[in-house]
Design a protein around this ligand. Structure first.
Ligand code: AMP
Ligand code: MN
Ligand code: MN
Ligand code: MN
Length: 284
C-alpha cells in the first residue's frame, strides 16, 4: 500500500500567535516528514512569502494559508483559507479590516484583568506579540504564565480570557460569507477549522455547514490537533453528508505549548476527497 501524503495544513508562526518563525516552522515540518505544508496565521498573511521561500529552499511543497476569525450565531468560528493568492487585494484588505478590532479589544482585556488585580497585562501581552497588529489571547496567556499567575497556558484558558471569566471581552469578527469570499475570490479554498471545538446545538452546526457551503466553502478539517479519534470519525461523516473535502492540520503553535507536533497526525479516512486534490494547481 502506498503511504498517504503527509499533509499538515494548519499551524501558526510569530506573525500571529505561534512562537517559531516561518523559517523555523518550515524546517520543523520538513524534519518531521511533512510532504505538503501550509502556514495559517490568524487573520494575517504577512508570513506567506517567507513561508513560500523557506519551503522552496527545502524542497517542501507549500500551499498559502490563513485562519480567519468569524462570528457565526454569536460564536467565534475559524475558517482556514488555502491556496489563495496572498497578494490579492481582496483578501489583504478584508484581513486588514478584521485585524483593526484587535487593538481596542486587547486594551479592554487589559482593563478587565486590572479589575481583578492583574496589572500591566496589555503591555505584557504586547511584548509577547511578534506582530503588534495581532495581539491575541495567546499573548495574554503567555504573560499570565510568565508573571506566575498560572502554571501553563491551558490553566489560563480555564481561569481567564474565556466567556464568563476575567479578561474575556466579547468581540465581533468577520461575517462567514465575507471570509469565504475573500478566500475564494483570491483563488483559494475555504475550510471549516476544528469543527468539534464550537459549542453549537445540532441545529446551529447544521446551519454553519449549510451556510458555509452556500457561500462557496468546500472543505472541513477532519483530522486536527484538538480532535479526538471519535471526533475525527464524526466529522468524516459530516464531510460525506455535506460533500466537503477533508483537510488535515496539527494547529501547531509552539514546542512548549502544543501537544501535536507538525506532521504527526493520524491519516484521513481513505475514502474522503482531500482539499489538496482540488489545489494541485496552487502548490508552490
Ligand atoms: P484570539 O484570536 O485572540 O481570540 O485568540 C485565540 C487563540 O487562543 C486560539 O487560536 C488559540 O491559540 C488560543 N486558545 C483559545 N482557547 C484555548 C485553550 N482552551 N487552550 C489553549 N489555547 C487556547
Ligand atoms: Mn492560535
Ligand atoms: Mn483556530
Ligand atoms: Mn489555528
Amino acid at each position: 500500500m502506498t503511504q498517504p501524503l503527509n499533509a499538515d495544513l494548519h499551524c501558526h508562526s510569530v506573525v500571529s500567535d505561534g512562537t517559531l518563525t516561518p523559517e523555523a516552522l518550515a524546517a520543523r515540518a520538513h524534519a518531521n516528514g511533512v510532504d505538503l505544508w501550509a502556514l495559517t496565521d490568524h487573520d494575517e498573511v504577512g508570513g506567506q512569502q517567507r513561508a513560500i521561500d523557506a519551503a522552496q529552499a527545502l524542497g517542501l511543497k507549500y500551499l498559502t494559508g490563513v485562519e480567519i476569525s468569524v462570528t457565526f450565531i454569536d460564536t467565534t468560528v475559524h475558517i482556514v483559507g488555502l491556496g489563495f493568492d496572498h497578494t490579492d487585494p481582496r483578501i489583504v484588505t478584508g484581513l486588514n479590516d478584521t485585524r483593526d478590532g484587535r487593538g481596542p479589544r486587547a486594551m479592554e482585556m487589559g482593563a478587565q484583568l486590572a479589575k481583578v488585580g492583574i496589572t500591566g497585562a496589555y503591555e505584557g501581552a504586547l511584548k509577547h506579540a511578534g506582530n503588534p497588529r495581532l495581539v491575541s489571547r495567546t499573548h495574554f496567556a503567555r504573560f499570565l504564565v510568565e508573571s506566575g499567575v498560572c502554571r501553563d497556558t491551558s490553566e489560563v484558558f480555564r481561569r481567564f480570557l474565556t466567556e464568563g471569566k476575567p479578561g474575556y471581552v466579547e468581540h465581533r469578527w468577520a461575517n462567514l460569507g465575507d471570509a469565504v469570499r475573500w478566500i475564494t475570490q483570491s483563488g483559494g479554498l475555504a475550510v471549516i477549522a476544528h469543527p468539534a471545538r464550537y459549542r453549537f446545538t445540532p441545529n446551529e452546526e447544521y446551519a454553519l455547514f449549510s451556510e458555509f457551503k452556500q457561500h462557496g466553502g468546500r472543505g472541513v478539517e477532519v483530522v486536527t490537533g484538538s480532535h479526538s479519534a471519535a471526533e475525527a470519525v464524526r466529522y468524516a461523516d459530516m464531510a460525506r453528508e455535506f460533500d466537503l473535502l477533508a483537510s488535515r492540520g496539527s494547529d501547531f503553535h509552539s514546542p512548549d505549548e502544543s501537544y501535536t507536533d507538525l506532521g504527526t497526525l493520524p491519516a484521513l479516512p481513505a475514502d474522503l476527497g482531500t482539499v489538496w486534490s482540488a489545489l494541485a494547481h496552487r502548490v508552490h
